[in-house]
Ligand binder design. Structure first.
Ligand SMILES: [Zn+2]
Length: 236
């Protein structure tokens, strides 16, 4: 059996440790699916995965469907379900409302962001779970940093056409038609637009492309391998 300190394989938000019902974490490349079973606080949870497709599709989880759902965000207020998001460069976002105890896990790549997925998640938390957006606590996991995330004119145009602000793109100093995209800032804009408070947003500020302990699609050019981020509510 592999021995490894759990704390080394998971990033957590220190302020969130005081929320008694909550479990959460952003796994690095060493955190595997079987680590959930080995973890004393996680082993009783049922893991809920999505077939992620870079969309604006979100699902409210009440029970386990026969087939794997397709989409990029999960919301629930049910206990003992662990919402799991897989990433390797995209931004994993975890949300908890300490009052209603509603939770969300969101997969934010540029496509979902251009389709305002995280904005839609906040709206759903507000309308379906009666959350006050200003009380939502939000955590960003590791993602590709703004100095490494090179995109083309097509991406910038997509944002522009959908009425999103352009300040998240920095023109490439050498290559015309190339830009650097700040995925964290783009996501933050949408959260604030939805009524979330800036001071309620925490972030694990590591770049997947620069940090060897993290998985990066851009760095490795490999499709296989995703890091697991999760959030769940335990029984009292
Ligand atoms: Zn980087």
């Amino acid at each position: 059996m592999r021995m490894k300190p759990v704390s080394m394989a998971l990033f957590t938000i220190p302020e969130w440790k005081t929320i008694p019902f909550l479990v959460h974490g952003f796994g690095n490349k060493d955190w595997q699916q079987n680590d959930f079973e080995a973890h004393p606080r996680l082993r009783n949870f049922k893991l809920f995965f999505l077939r992620q497709i870079h969309s604006d599709i979100l699902h409210i989880v009440d029970d386990f469907p026969e087939d794997v759902l397709t989409g990029d965000a999960l919301l629930t207020d049910r206990q003992d379900i662990l919402l799991v998001i897989k990433t390797a460069d995209c931004l994993p976002v975890l949300i908890v409302d300490p009052k209603t105890k509603a939770l969300a896990a969101v997969h934010c790549g540029w496509k979902s962001t251009s389709q305002k997925l995280v904005r839609k998640v906040v709206k759903c938390l507000e309308e379906h779970f009666q959350c006050d957006p200003s009380s939502l606590l939000i955590a960003f996991g590791p993602c590709i940093g703004k100095d490494c995330y090179e995109v083309g004119e097509d991406v910038r145009k997509e944002f522009e056409e959908r009425g999103l602000t352009n300040d998240v793109f920095l023109p490439h100093p050498q290559h015309a038609g190339k830009f650097y995209l700040d995925l964290r800032m783009a996501t933050r804009h949408q959260l604030l637009d939805g009524g979330a408070k800036d001071s309620n947003i925490s972030s694990v500020d590591l770049c997947t492309c620069c940090e060897e302990s993290l998985l990066s699609y851009r760095r490795s050019k490999q499709k296989e391998g995703r890091m697991l981020s999760f959030i769940g509510k335990s029984s009292p």
